[in-house]
Structures are given as structure tokens and as C-alpha cells.
Design a protein around this ligand. Structure first.
Ligand code: FES
Length: 148
């Protein structure tokens, strides 16, 4: 094989190996979630799901939310409003779960408990869960990206 033949083979190989990447880059994205298709808001709130979903599941967890992970529940005192917390336990970082029967967020790792507003009810955690501004508009569950 002379130099010219070698360069031609390398060129064809390079083209063949980069072709799938080029095709993927030009293809339309097909894995959009329902909420990513929603129009971007100017007030900082982001739709993370629907009230219908929240009622069905009892809680709504979104790990890839812009401000960090978010767990939304219906406010136990007024189910027409919602509460949103960062579910990362302030003890060692496990993800808390909403337990309606206890009216508390409960950490599965060391059993710390937090009120619906994120305050520590039971240790070993000492710091409250950060909360987010959250509201309902129509059927949309909206959360503001910066935590309080
Ligand atoms: S990580 Fe939550 S109580 Fe320890």
C-alpha cells in the first residue's frame, strides 16, 4: 500500500466512524418529557407535572429540577395548595419520602422526620429541608427554581 492508498483508507475510516454521530446530531429529539414541551416562563416558575399526577401518586419527585431535586406534596392543611422541598436529607444526604399517615417527610436511612414545611421533627438531622416556592395554576404544578 502506498502513501496515497493509505490516506484514502484512513479518510474513509474516519468518515465512517463519525457518520453515526453526525446523523444523531441532526436527528430531532424524541425523548422529550411532557413538562419540557411546556413554554418557558418568565417568572422563574417551572412546570414539573400536573395536579392530576400529584393526586394519583400522593407526591411528586423530580430529581433533575433546575434548582436541585424537588419533592412536591399537597399541603395537608389545605389540599388546594402544595408544598415543595428539597428531599435531600440534611443528615447524610438520603432522599426523604412523604408519609401521609405520619404527616411527615421520613428519611429511610436513619429515620429523621421533617414537617410538611421542612422543619426537623425528629433527628438525627439537625437542619431543616430547604423549601421552594410552589403553586398550582390550572392543572399545572409549578415550582420556582431557587430554594428558600
Ligand atoms: S441520612 Fe437521613 S437521617 Fe441520616
Amino acid at each position: 500500500m502506498n502513501r496515497r492508498e493509505f490516506l484514502m483508507w484512513v479518510g474513509i475510516g474516519g468518515l465512517a466512524s463519525s457518520l453515526p454521530v453526525a446523523i444523531a446530531a441532526c436527528s430531532p429529539q424524541t425523548e422529550k418529557s411532557e413538562t419540557s414541551a411546556m413554554p418557558k416562563r418568565t417568572d422563574g416558575f417551572q412546570a414539573i407535572g400536573t395536579v392530576t399526577e400529584l393526586k394519583q401518586k400522593g407526591q411528586m419527585l423530580k430529581k433533575d429540577f433546575a434548582g436541585g431535586p424537588v419533592l412536591v406534596i399537597s399541603n395537608p392543611g389545605n389540599t388546594k395548595t402544595i408544598t415543595a422541598v428539597n428531599p435531600t436529607c440534611t443528615h447524610k444526604g438520603c432522599t426523604v419520602d412523604w408519609k401521609a399517615a405520619k404527616n411527615a417527610f421520613v428519611c429511610p436511612c436513619h429515620k429523621a422526620e421533617f414537617s410538611p414545611a421542612g422543619k426537623v421533627l425528629k433527628g438525627p438531622a439537625k437542619k431543616p429541608l430547604p423549601t421552594y416556592n410552589a403553586k398550582i395554576e390550572g392543572d399545572a404544578v409549578l415550582v420556582k427554581a431557587s430554594s428558600r
